[in-house]
Design a protein. Structure first.
Length: 331
């Protein structure tokens, strides 16, 4: 099975290489980029997960906020590794995902990439070892300085999406992720992000988040205040993983970035929410993200981040705490 998956990847990359080799490539002025991160998450329902991510690409790339040295047209390639281990709850599970990608910058406004690799899952409770061919693609479009659109389509394992049984049942998912950011004037942003999931057990999930933000300061510091709403819907409620029929939340939001010193900056994200889940009593929650960064994205950037999520309903509280260290460097 594993050998067959490697053959599939070889075929995919061979076809892709032939399609890309005739396209113009970038000059040597573009810089390579590496990225590494370690992350730990603990929740009140006994999820304890540690993940390590490694990525490398021959050209650093960000269509929504281009680097100074980016060429108008370029061919990209790289690889990524994701290692996960934890329990949710009970016996340990582990996952390893290794993939490669190719990308094409058609113009300063359009970029797309394709990724394929092997994702392995081991679940000690089920004596399970499973390998799948994980594939995906993204299209990025920035027709002007006011609008940015991104659409992603991916097929992968679900144990990082559904807990606690995403790993126990080795479910797979097909996911479509369209999003847009619209900035009609300097101090106004409209952000809409969507996720559509089709799971291998026949269930479906829809997620939508929208926010309208006003820029109190749009340079340094960077401070935005606004209001947002989120909606989650499952086609059916499953007995063995969290799957609300309908979930709606709304409330104020804050985003801020400021300089602490020449090399150090602070980042803060805050969301307060009232929420309604089906016919249950109304609840309250918050999301807080805080980070300290050292360096600059054009050279190297070190970041320590913590994310805290709290929700309370019917005298019950659910919590999630995430801590991460990351380093991104260009050379």
């Amino acid at each position: 099975m594993l050998f067959k998956s490697y053959i599939n990847i070889a075929i995919i990359f061979s076809i892709s290489f032939l399609a890309f080799v005739m396209c113009p490539s970038s000059e040597a002025t573009e810089m390579r980029q590496g990225f590494g991160q370690i992350e730990n998450e603990k929740t009140s329902d006994d999820l304890d997960r540690t993940s390590v991510y490694l990525r490398w690409r021959n050209h650093r790339r960000e269509i929504s906020w281009p680097y100074e040295s980016e060429e108008d047209q370029a061919n990209d390639h790289g690889f990524s590794v994701g290692l996960h281990r934890g329990h949710a709850p009970g016996p340990d599970f582990s996952g390893q995902r290794i993939s490669g990608f190719i990308g094409k910058k058609i113009s300063p406004q359009v970029y797309f990439d394709f990724e394929a690799g092997i994702h392995h899952l081991r679940d000690d409770a089920q004596s399970l070892n499973k390998n799948i061919l994980a594939v995906g693609g993204n299209l990025n479009w920035r027709p002007n300085d006011k609008l940015y659109v991104e659409v992603g389509l991916h097929k992968d394992l679900s144990y990082l999406t559904l807990q606690p049984t995403g790993q126990a049942e080795s479910l797979t998912e097909l996911a479509c992720r369209p999003s847009l950011t619209y900035r009609p004037v300097e101090k106004l942003r409209l952000i809409n992000r969507n996720n559509f999931f089709w799971f291998s057990d026949g269930n479906r999930k829809k997620e939508s988040d929208i926010a309208l933000m006003y820029g109190l300061a749009t340079t340094t510091p960077w401070v935005w205040l606004g209001i947002g709403a989120s909606y989650i819907e499952f086609a059916r409620q499953a007995a063995n993983y969290y799957s609300p029929e309908k979930f709606f939340s709304w409330g104020p939001r804050l985003e801020a970035v400021g300089k602490i010193s020449e090399q150090i900056s602070g980042v803060l994200g805050l969301s307060l929410a009232d929420f309604q889940e089906g016919n249950l009593a109304r609840g309250k929650g918050h999301y807080v993200s805080a980070a300290v960064r050292y360096g600059d994205r054009s050279d190297s950037l070190f970041e320590f981040q913590t994310v805290q999520v709290r929700s309370a309903q019917n005298a019950r509280t659910w919590t999630s705490d995430i801590y991460s260290l990351s380093l991104m460097w260009s050379y």
